[in-house]
Design a binder for this molecule. Structure first.
Ligand code: FES
Length: 107
């Protein structure tokens, strides 16, 4: 499957042949996507993997659960309606073509 990150500054990083059953954060970190720091390693405890899901994908991706929403509150100055923590987005075939923008993290 294919996923695309848009880094801060507008650079597009498109990855093809991505295996499902990993998180979107893992793809970004593996390929050194700028702004995907993932300090907590995917435990939903740092909010340094914050992305904005492209509007066209929001319905399929779905919203944050209560624990993720609490973490997003920690970066509320950057939060938008389409904010998600990429470590909490589990890739599946349905999300082939997913496009997200990396959120500024303030660090
Ligand atoms: S990697 Fe820490 S919240 Fe996603």
């Amino acid at each position: 499957m294919t996923v695309t990150f848009v880094e801060e500054g507008g650079a597009e990083r498109k990855f093809e042949g991505v295996e499902p059953s990993q998180s979107l954060m893992e793809v970004g970190r593996t390929h050194g996507v700028s702004g995907i720091l993932a300090d907590c390693g995917g435990a939903c405890a740092c909010a340094t993997c914050h992305v904005y899901v492209d509007d066209a994908w929001m319905e399929k991706v779905g919203g944050a659960d209560a624990i993720e929403a609490e973490m997003l509150d920690l970066v509320s100055e950057f939060q938008k309606p389409n904010s998600r923590l990429s470590c909490q987005i589990r890739l599946r075939e349905e999300l082939d073509g997913l496009r997200v923008e990396v959120a500024p993290n303030g660090y």
